[in-house]
Design a protein around this ligand. Sequence first.
Ligand code: 4AD
Ligand code: MG
Length: 430
Amino acid sequence: MRILIKDFSSHIGQEIEVSGWLYNKRSSGPIAFLELRDGSGWTQAVAIKNELASEIWNEIERATQESSVIIAGAVSAHPKKPDVYELHLKNFSIVNLSPDYPIAKKEHGPDFLMDNRHLWLRSKKQWAILRLRDAVMTAIAEYLHQQNFIRVDSPIFTPNACEGTTTLFPVPYFDLGTAYLSQSGQLYIEAAIASVGRCYDFGPVFRAEKSKTKRHLTEFWMMDAEAAFVEHEENLRIQEGLVRHIIRYCLEHCAEEFAALERNTENLKKADSDFTRYTYDQAIAKLRELGSDIKYGEDLGNDDEVLLTKDSVVPVFIEKWPKNIKSFYMKRDSANTELVLNDDLIATEGGGELIGGSQREDDFDLLLERIKKEGLNADDYQWYLDLRRYGSVPHSGFGIGLERTVRWLAGAEHIRECIPFPRTIGRLKP
Ligand code: 4AD
Ligand code: MG
């Protein structure tokens, strides 16, 4: 019977078969230890020469790192380590030999590993990150459906900018001129809320950002959520609820992944508590107190985000920013019309910005004024302005960066570890 490694615990004492890849082999004379991975988990098979037919032992000797194999044997619980199981090998066959696997056990530099990304994905840390990424996506979908959002996807080829014209990727588009790769599906799901009330999209977005940092990709995944009749305060509550749901879901489902990543999960548990809130004004004052030379009216850099959150065990909202440094669609704050009703959510432990969100300008005239002021072509935004012409409602939304979130949860150093095939200014392959 072929089973998955993750199901070993319910097959103790039984003879079963597993199929996968041999990621390591050690032998000491008449005993061989075969370390196997099947996608669902990692295990060790013990082969004893004098128990096996010589053809089987020869195949074991012939097998190399990363050969694909089928192993049969009896499952046993590890005598000392709880939740660890082993296979006592009875049969062994090679599906495909892997000669001279380029990634050896020794240390390789990041460029080499990135060039061999298609193979490096097999490493235990990458396995853990891929699974954590999947868990984050599942947690997001689960939470949003609980909150009555449905998924409505937005296009990737778009005629206009959502997040400023300086980071657009142009694509020649037949006889229609230039299309741009979407920076965020927000404007489209703003249209869809008048149909379904609350919705979200989830897909790749693109920024031709010349930022060479550990937090920027040129192609990344974003979940944009949008809800009708939701104002600033409730928008923040939904965001906090979402991030706390993601933490709890991953802690519950990804214990093995966190262990493989050597992640301190105590810090994540602590982060699942009421988030801190600063206004932009308070954040600037606090940063200056902490020694930053940031001036009122400036955007926060990475260092500022890290400094502001260094002593916080929970993520921090920074709300109500000066409108001049924020996007055209954000609603102005009636209490101070120089500010907008927006927020950035900054993670703990140097995770940086996870979410950007805002209440949207729902007044036709004010929105048109902002579009013009930004130097955007109002004709391109007529469809978007229509949403304020025909049954405009107060509404809010936000976007969460998937790789930023995974980076934070995994405790990964660099965002390029958090997407299967990263795209940065300097990398397009494999
Ligand atoms: O703050 P941003 O630019 O917000 C928007 O795009 C809004 N339209 C979203 C909305 O309201 N629906 O981007 C949202 C998030 C950031 O907080 C960050 O997590 C991530 O997307 N992000 C990036 N992740 C990786 N690489 C980059 N270059 C990123 N730029 C933004
Ligand atoms: Mg932002």
